[in-house]
Design a protein around this ligand. Structure first.
Ligand code: AMP
Length: 456
């Protein structure tokens, strides 16, 4: 059992410590055009992997002309039956990186409940299920989606009917195991997608319980954007001689133009938001709020002010979330107001702006939020609303242990080209600033991991 988060936190699972606010300077970044990045040259084509001809034709049909870096490096390992740790941000094509070898394996061994995929949120689990259905079309392979927020009885029936691959969130998967509906004793493949996020959401214990139901002899894929201590433990305990594939670029997305917008108070934030949404170019916007209640209220307010918006958060039913996402994806609505958890893993093309109406508490959340824009090599804009330092609220203060290699940004002169022209949040001089423990960068954690793997 994990502890409940405080009411309205928008986050299931363990209540998280709320560190002090992140220094506003970390929300500023002059975008580097995607074209500045050296393009990756894949070493394989989809044809080279030796996938079933129908799968290759399907990939071609849906426009996957060549493998993304994570696919290029993971698919051969997956096909060879290796355990793989994939260090990859969202939007890198990691879903196909594990699904394609899994489908190939299922074509030779069609046991029911051969594969279990765990994902942190319903939306991500659903996206994985949709991808599986696309890639496996015509192969007569079946999947079942088991996520919370919807009636369990239908899922019980579907699991009992049998499916080759079970895709779900840890809470619901564990529930089905406890009810002795889901039996994983024959599973040959285990996937943990966005393992860092699942751990962060307090699912570690559920994941352990679930893993204990699986045979030791199996293939395990673990994908994570960051290598947190929890993920390292999972890797050590659950995986056998894993191969590491890393395509993490930087801690944040360099191709996303990031800036802050200063507000005096809450009312002023709403005025500024309306003002921004009325500007040209705000075509598909995700607005982040801290709480479910706040997200709903803001969506209602925007709609009232002639900016039709839908909210997605943990209090919405699955059907409501799906409708909101569909409306947003199809362009019926161009504003989505979301909480962190609800938006995790969402893959929506062409999001022009991410607006942090409430700044995130953790820099990691910030990285995930802004990653909703600037996907598939496109540029994007992320704006973070911060209360003016002269108001009594939220003087941005650096949390202990939050600093990272990117912090050299905080020493740059502040600028606010898109903001309201107000003063930057005060930066204490380097000399006056107390020494803080620095968190390891992703490169350092990766190094540490490589050493750990070599020691297996
Ligand atoms: P993912 O990281 O798996 O959520 O994928 C991000 C997006 O990239 C999804 O919209 C995928 O459909 C798309 N995608 C993944 N792999 C490829 C590929 N090889 N070619 C084109 N699009 C891809």
């Amino acid at each position: 059992m994990y502890l409940r988060a405080p009411r309205g936190s928008g986050r299931p699972g363990r209540a998280r410590k709320q560190p002090a606010a992140i220094n506003a300077s970390r929300f500023i970044n002059k975008a580097i055009a995607p074209a500045d990045e050296t393009p990756y040259v894949p070493t394989h084509t989809f044809h080279d992997f030796g996938l079933h001809a129908r799968t290759v034709a399907m990939l071609d049909h849906i426009g996957y002309t060549s493998p993304s870096p994570i696919q290029d490096q993971t698919i051969p390992l997956g096909l060879a039956g290796r355990d793989v740790i994939g260090l990859a941000n969202t939007g890198t094509g990691k879903t196909a990186a594990f699904l394609l070898p899994i489908i190939e394996k299922l074509l030779t061994d069609r046991h029911m409940t051969s594969v279990l995929v765990l994902a942190p949120t319903r939306e991500l689990a659903q996206q994985i299920d949709e991808e599986f259905k696309r890639f496996a079309a015509g192969h007569k392979l079946y999947s079942v989606l088991v996520v919370g927020g919807v009636n369990i009885n239908r899922q019980i029936q579907q699991v009992r009917r049998g499916a080759h691959i079970v895709i779900g969130t840890p809470g619901r998967v564990k529930d089905l195991i406890d009810r002795r509906v889901l039996r994983l004793g024959m599973a040959t493949t285990f996937v943990l997608d966005e393992a860092d996020r699942m751990c962060d959401m307090g699912f570690v214990r559920d994941i352990r319980t679930i893993e204990a139901e699986l045979p030791r002899e199996r293939q395990t894929f673990c994908f994570s954007a960051t290598m947190t201590p929890d993920v390292q433990t999972i890797v050590q305990e659950f995986m056998t001689n894993p191969e590491l594939v890393s395509v993490v670029r930087s801690e944040t997305n360099d191709h996303i133009e990031q800036d802050v917008v200063h507000a005096r108070d809450k009312m002023h934030k709403i005025d500024l938001l309306l003002e921004h949404l009325g500007k040209p170019g705000y075509e598909r916007v995700i607005v982040f709020c801290e709480t479910k209640y706040g997200a709903q209220r803001l969506a209602d307010r925007l709609t009232k002010d002639n900016f039709p918006a839908a909210a997605i958060h943990g209090n919405k039913s699955q059907a409501q979330r799906e409708r909101a996402l569909r409306d947003f994806k199809t362009g019926r609505l161009n504003i989505l107001v979301a909480t962190d958890v609800a938006a995790r893993g969402l893959d929506i093309p062409d999001v022009s702006h991410v607006i942090n109406f409430d700044p995130p508490h953790q820099y990691e959340d910030y990285v995930h939020r802004i990653g909703r824009t600037g996907r598939a090599g496109k540029s994007g804009i992320a704006l973070t609303f911060v209360m003016d330092s002269r108001s009594n609220n939220s003087v941005p203060r650096e949390p202990r242990g939050e600093r990272s290699a990117r912090d050299d940004r905080s020493n740059r002169p502040s600028r606010s080209p898109r903001g309201t022209g107000r003063n930057e949040a005060p930066n204490r001089s380097a000399a006056a600033r107390p020494k803080r423990r620095r968190m390891p960068t992703s490169v350092e954690t990766e190094d540490r991991l490589v050493r750990m793997i070599q020691g297996f």
